[in-house]
Write a protein that binds this ligand. Structure first.
Ligand code: FPP
Length: 257
């Protein structure tokens, strides 16, 4: 009988849908804005823990293309919060050697937010401890449409699109796909996040609200990931080579590696 060993390596890329800020605040009799502020603190805890674990890339869903439908007051607060965070806590990224990238439609953001994103992404471009991709004004469908339109503008006559070519036009470009997609806050859906890149991501759903998340939650999610078996649509073990000298014997006692 063949043995299927669990997959044991760390997730190189973790993506997180940070959900539950509003409920966290409401449960404490606070305004939703207090939940979002606590959400930023949770994000910083998780960035530090990701560095400690050895994760290469962390992608955080901070504001979706659908979040514009929230009340004007909440949208204004969130935009101000992101701009303030990037301006006043800029040293958090610099001191911890974090490279910040942005994914999403930059031109659709208020000028102040665009400015702060451009500054932090430029100034941290050479940092090496981890890459944090901040998804702000991001939607998976929007990303694919923007990518296709850029390709259409650049293509040669008669050229057809292939997967590798489309990928190169996506916001994350050649970065590795997320190995693990986590959603906090109890809901179990993808909500237009990294639709292309999560084709083979392992999914993890946590009932805990995002502002409550700490390093222990991330470590548990990573430990659970390491116990999973990933086949990427293939067979669990590579088919054994048939040894012409030993015939069918070569097929016995093979286990995965
Ligand atoms: C969902 O909670 C969360 C968001 C809309 C994203 C807000 C995220 C942050 C403020 C953290 C940003 C971090 C950085 C580093 C910029 P919700 O409001 O949908 O919660 P609910 O489902 O309980 O209402």
């Amino acid at each position: 009988m063949t043995t299927i060993k669990p997959h044991t390596s760390l997730p190189g890329h973790v993506a997180i849908i940070m959900d539950g800020n509003g409920r966290w605040a409401t449960a404490r009799g606070l305004r939703r804005s207090r939940g979002h502020r606590a959400g930023v603190e949770a994000a910083k805890r998780i960035v530090l823990e990701s560095i400690a674990i050895g994760i290469d890339q962390l992608t955080l869903y901070a504001f979706s293309t659908e979040n514009w439908t929230r009340s004007k007051q909440e949208v204004t607060f969130l935009m101000g919060l992101v701009a303030r965070h990037l301006r006043t806590e800029y040293d958090f990224y610099r001191q911890n050697n974090v490279r910040v990238r942005h994914i999403g439609c930059l031109s659709g953001l208020p000028a102040e937010v665009q400015r702060e994103i451009e500054r932090v992404t430029t100034d941290t471009a050479d940092n090496t401890a981890i890459t944090v991709n901040l998804a702000i004004n991001y939607g998976g469908r929007d990303e694919i449409v923007r990518a296709v339109n850029r390709w259409v503008d650049a293509r040669d006559p008669g050229e057809h699109l292939c997967e590798a070519e489309l990928r190169s036009y996506l916001d994350l470009g050649e970065a590795s796909d997320p190995d693990l997609l986590i959603r906090t806050g109890g809901e179990q859906r993808i909500s237009n996040f990294l639709l292309w890149q999560c084709a083979y991501a392992e999914l993890a759903f946590s009932p805990r609200l995002w502002p409550d998340w700490d390093g222990g939650d991330l470590r548990r999610a990573v430990d659970d990931f390491r116990r999973r078996k990933r086949n990427f649509g293939g067979t669990p073990i590579p088919p054994p080579e048939r040894d012409p000298l030993r015939g069918a014997d070569a097929l016995q006692g093979v286990s995965s590696s």
